[in-house]
Design a binder for this molecule. Sequence first.
Ligand SMILES: Cc1cc2nc3c(=O)[nH]c(=O)nc-3n(C[C@H](O)[C@H](O)[C@H](O)COP(=O)(O)OP(=O)(O)OC[C@H]3O[C@@H](n4cnc5c(N)ncnc54)[C@H](O)[C@@H]3O)c2cc1C
Length: 435
Amino acid sequence: MKNPDRSLKKGCNIGGVVKASLCTGCGTCEGVCPTGAISLRRDKDIFRPVVDGAKCNASKGCRVCYTVCPGHQLDITRLSTALFPEAETDPKIGRYQSVFHGNAVDSPIRFHAASGGVTTQIVVKLLRQNKIDAAVVIRLGSASCTEPEVVLAYTPEEVVQAQSSKYCPVALGGVIRDILDKKLRVAVVGLPCHIHGFRKAEETFPALKDAVQLYIGIYCSALQSFQGTEYIFRRFQIPRKGMVSFSYRDEGCPGSLKASYEDGRTIKVPYHDYYRKLKSFFIPYRCMQCVDHFAELADISTGDLNIPPYNEDKVGFSSLIVRSSRGRVVIEALMQSGGLELHALEAEPLIRSQQFSLNRKKRQIKVRYDLLRLVGRKTCNYDYAFPKSGLKAYAKSVLASIIIYAEMFVGKRPRLWPLIDFTNSVLKKSKSGNS
Ligand SMILES: Cc1cc2nc3c(=O)[nH]c(=O)nc-3n(C[C@H](O)[C@H](O)[C@H](O)COP(=O)(O)OP(=O)(O)OC[C@H]3O[C@@H](n4cnc5c(N)ncnc54)[C@H](O)[C@@H]3O)c2cc1C
């Protein structure tokens, strides 16, 4: 077991990271703890690690959980340069070889996916070709149909069951222990923060690097806390009682939230009708320090392409970034075998389609770090050169950041949720007045 970070003091655990509100809730610490001292607790907003002091070996010098934690420190530039030496760098996309748009050819996979089903199609193909033993995916649970559950999917059917986006916290990293214990070859599908954790863990556990055959990272503007789902349920009167299945996005693209009930009823809410109302109200605190929108440490990154003419097709469409050579081999094989219908795409429309999130994660990020440091808050230590901005842009970003933090304050307090409806109705009126 190697320790790449020699600057760390001997013997510390992730307790301090949680205390400083730098935990992303990715779960990597749980998956690497040698004594099983860490478990993830579902809080009101996100999953947080809890350390069992009786089992923790920090006092004996162990600091594995702290070393792999991407919440307090991440060498995103060093890692992406080392991982993708043959790629070129774009300040917004990260290091990449090529960009595509398109969809899975399989109609049900495409129709029930969040976007165009390319993620599920890639994983299904790897399983069918026996290139992997299992895939790490998220399904909405067996115990409750709204709770996220990390699964090692061994069959294409299990991968398909886990399709579509879960706009709620997911602690993926706990599965690392299983992958290593069972000596599996896997593909991992996850958000940027999940992949940060895995990549850091690979540096300490070389066997993990051998085990993971492919990382598919999904673009992420930000997580939505569990309270985000509660708000949607209240706002759109979606009862939990009698619910037998739930999806945040189904039936086309962008699709609809769909809740089905034991008496045969179904409630559907178009994706844009509910997702746009969430604004920044339910973004977990640590997400506002994240600099990675496009999953810059994944072999392949996937997301929507929600601009004309690409979004005119309502069945399903994706954008896809290939970063590594092993990613390129997988994509080329799938295009040749007819599993994916992909077309080359310039970087410009991809960036334009994600401009809002990129502004937040790249352009406004320095301001947020300055503000947080000004009020004495701890921040994540990235080896990333924050883009500089002129005075006017800086002032605009200060205002935008204050609004975001004010919204996050409201979202955490259910008694203030009427303010969300009020804000949305004022914005709707001012928009219709302008048009
Ligand atoms: C929180 C969140 C924020 C996002 N923000 C953006 C954005 O700003 N812009 C954009 O273009 N796209 C965003 N996406 C990605 C988009 O919604 C689709 O997930 C992505 O395009 C993949 O679609 P697909 O049709 O290829 O995948 P599908 O075939 O539908 O498969 C989706 C895969 O993602 C996995 N997955 C779903 N939710 C999670 C989760 N929360 N954590 C880890 N794995 C998960 C599933 O297990 C499944 O394997 C976001 C997704 C999430 C979950």
